[in-house]
Design a protein around this ligand. Structure first.
Ligand code: HMG
Length: 396
């Protein structure tokens, strides 16, 4: 049992729903100039989950793909954490369904982490600390971020929806990204910028205030990170931000660079090199809440793993409410070869465009799905889990 210093993300895989809405079509349907969504918000498409694509299904599909593509085995997992703000039960964690459906070992700690979009990072950093402390005893951790981002139809938040899951394999001597263990800058404050009361399927948000809360949290976390004992001056060649929509990452980068003394023009010029490559997948899938930062990382590795081999990158996670963390890592020299095998954007090739009318019909049909209950007499004995989940999903 000994401390481990080289810990990080060994492999990454996504899953997305079958359907997406094109935001030019949504803009036309809402009577908004398409340039507002495409350039004003930096979004192109948003993935839409059907009733049979709940957060469990998305999580399990991403994790299965992770094991198939990375060559890792579920038998190696000693910790399974699911970050989500789209839980399917107040008590039973999504992690339990994932554990069962993947056949993870019984000697495995599992739980769900909830803190708005920060839940995935809470899971990742807990897994890193578990391995670094030696408690893992050579085992690996599975961290899955899974969410469905929903706002009311015709609301300002509507074009920033999305859905999907990102699965991360966390272990010693990672093949993608070594994280700087213990070197994180944290910021927390009790704010009411975004929330989803129990039994609401759609989030409520004070949109412009939430943007300000994000920027304040970035400032606090980045400042804390820069002041850490042992902080180095080695530059970050790229930075991945939490991406509720692409423009937010642009605002964040400008804010961070200007804190360092850059002009607005210089900050925007560095955005094209340092951030833009991480925004392709987010712009095609939308906000995936807990997975959003890791979708940006997946996008960066997918497009530039060769160019940034051995180099240092920054990561910024924000969860409304709020908690934020800034941290850094180094891309592994062998990352590019593994990225080719992981086929990170493979799941997007199977997704199909749906019309705005189909999307609206789908939303109308499952509006009350959470509230459906089944009579006790109709429950098959010993099958409560599957039956309740079927009722939740609204399927036979
Ligand atoms: P809005 O009020 O409809 O948009 O909603 P706006 O009027 O502020 O316009 C947005 C941008 O488009 C502006 O640019 C306009 O100038 C521009 P900016 O000033 O921001 O640079 N624009 C145009 N550009 C080109 N052509 C045009 C045009 N018209 C306008 N014709 C808002 C925007 C983000 C508030 C809304 O979408 C919303 O409420 N989204 C949901 C909340 C959100 O994503 N907040 C982000 C920070 S909080 C966060 O990240 C946490 C979160 O992920 C949840 C969690 O933690 O769990 C959300």
């Amino acid at each position: 049992w000994k401390n481990v210093s080289d810990v990080g993300i060994d492999a990454i895989a996504l899953s997305v729903p079958r359907g997406y809405v094109d935001l030019t079509e949504l803009a036309e349907a809402r009577g908004v100039p398409p340039s507002k969504y495409l350039h004003g918000l930096g979004t192109r498409q948003m993935a839409i989950a059907a009733p049979d694509e709940d957060p469990v299904t998305l999580a399990v599909n991403a994790a299965r793909r992770l094991f198939e593509r990375s060559g890792a085995s579920p038998a190696e997992i000693g910790l399974c954490i699911v970050g989500t703000e789209t839980a399917v039960d107040h008590s039973k964690p999504v992690a339990a369904f994932v554990h069962g459906l993947l056949g993870l070992p019984s000697a495995c700690r599992m739980f769900e982490a909830k803190h708005a979009c920060f839940g995935g990072t809470a899971g990742l950093l807990s897994a890193v600390d578990w391995i670094a402390s030696g408690s893992a005893r050579g085992r690996a951790a599975l961290v899955v971020c899974t969410d469905i981002a929903r706002y009311p139809l015709r609301s300002a938040g509507e074009p920033t929806q999305g859905a999907g899951a990102v699965a991360l394999l966390v272990r010693e001597k990672p093949r993608l990204l070594s994280l700087e263990v213990g070197q994180t800058g944290t910021f927390a404050r009790d704010v009411h910028d975004f929330w989803r009361p129990l039994h609401h399927k759609e989030a409520l948000v004070d949109g412009h205030y939430s943007v300000q809360c994000y920027l304040d949290a970035l400032e606090g976390a980045y400042d804390a990170w820069r002041r850490l004992d042992g902080a180095t001056d080695e530059p970050l060649v790229r930075t991945c931000y939490h991406v509720p929509y692409g423009k937010m990452a642009r605002k964040a980068h400008r804010h961070r660079r200007m804190l360092e003394g850059a002009t607005e023009q210089a900050a925007d010029a560095s955005f094209m090199v340092e951030v833009e490559p991480s925004l392709d997948l987010p712009s095609r899938i939308g906000n995936v809440y807990t997975g959003s930062l890791y979708l940006a990382l997946a996008s960066l590795l997918h497009t530039q793993a060769r160019d940034i081999a051995g180099q240092r990158i920054g990561l910024f996670s924000y969860g409304s409410g709020c908690c934020a963390e800034f941290f850094a890592g180094r891309t592994a020299p062998e990352a590019a070869a593994l990225v080719d095998r992981l086929d990170i954007d493979g799941p997007l090739r199977d997704s199909r465009q749906m019309t705005v009318a189909d999307y609206e019909r789908l939303r109308a049909e499952d509006a009350d799905a959470d509230r459906r209950t089944a009579p006790e007499s109709a429950r098959p004995r010993g099958k409560a889990n599957e039956f309740d989940r079927a009722v939740y999903l609204g399927v036979d």
